[in-house]
Design a protein around this ligand. Sequence first.
Ligand SMILES: Cc1ncc(COP(=O)(O)O)c(C=O)c1O
Length: 370
Amino acid sequence: MIPVFEPAIGEEEIQAVVSALRRGEISGSFGETIPQFERKFAEYVGCEFGVAVNSGTSALMLAVAAAEIGTGDGVLVSASTNVATALGVYHKGGIPIPVDSEHLTWNMDLDLLEDLITPEVRAVLPVHLFGHPVDMDRLMGIADQHDLIVVEDCAESHGATVRGRMTGSFGHMACFSFYANKVITTGEGGMVVTNDQALCERLRLLRNLAFTEPRFWHEYAGYNFRLTGYAAAMGLAQLEKIEEIVNEKRRVAHTYSRNLDGIPGLQLPVELDWAKNIYWMYAIVVNPSFGVSRDELASALQEKGIQTRTFFCPMNQQPFLQSMPGFRDVPCPVADRLWEQGLYLPSSPNLSEETIEEISGEVWHVFARA
Ligand SMILES: Cc1ncc(COP(=O)(O)O)c(C=O)c1O
């Protein structure tokens, strides 16, 4: 089976984790490795502060809490995304308002944003889907005009840039995931980055049960979202390789695109002229003119030992959101179609040219038989 993703873990990561364990860096409360990982990752993104947490979902929950989003506050979120994007808002009593995708990059359609802004809307939470950045210069302009807080969901976009500037460095806060299939991984893990010292302090406070003085006296309801020291050590070892991993991901994508170009009915990922796409996953859309459905293509590939995954079920269709009081039922026809027609192919950074050619050959073969 060619898995949809395999992380690039080597001896360096193993040694880093073992050394951290030997130093006793087990919990998330002690040691130098966590602050070092926070400094280095924030520096990579181009932000002043990093707050390491135990998942990308925790990062989003913490950012929403630090932004003081609460009951009844509206937050514009990309419709086509992992449910984690909406969960932080949901758990704070805020209302995620889905914004439909645009056709080329499948990211939040910025043309739709202003019409969805009402006095209740306090924030916008764009996702850089599959590694293609949202045009953050344009988004920040709209957000500034309406005084909205911006939290970037960068779970899939480590290293992606907008006009040369890193995703994660535009918003008031940005949330990264280091889950096993992410660009770099700590197994489970995540980070919030920011340039705002007050926000950073609030994030740190809430991450660790909101301990204030005297100890065990709590003015706020915090969380335990601490990352372990040995996971941070793994993150530092991964960070050393991030440029290499991003370059490999781009190589994989370029090879797929060369091989799949010209198949009628198949929409391939793009890289707009102001963007650097890091192709977290090589995602394609199977239109009816391909001749067989997305599900039929996925089954045919599965039979040949090639694993795939569908795009996300959009936020406008999620039952738990639909049943929330105040949920806004915004039509998202593009995101609905992506859920039915989108699929991503094996995208590990270590995929050989031959394997990519073999997978592409199978896609051509399915098309030819249709
Ligand atoms: C867009 C997006 N946001 C958030 C997450 C949540 O990250 P984690 O799995 O680390 O909680 C993921 C992936 O899992 C994701 O793809």
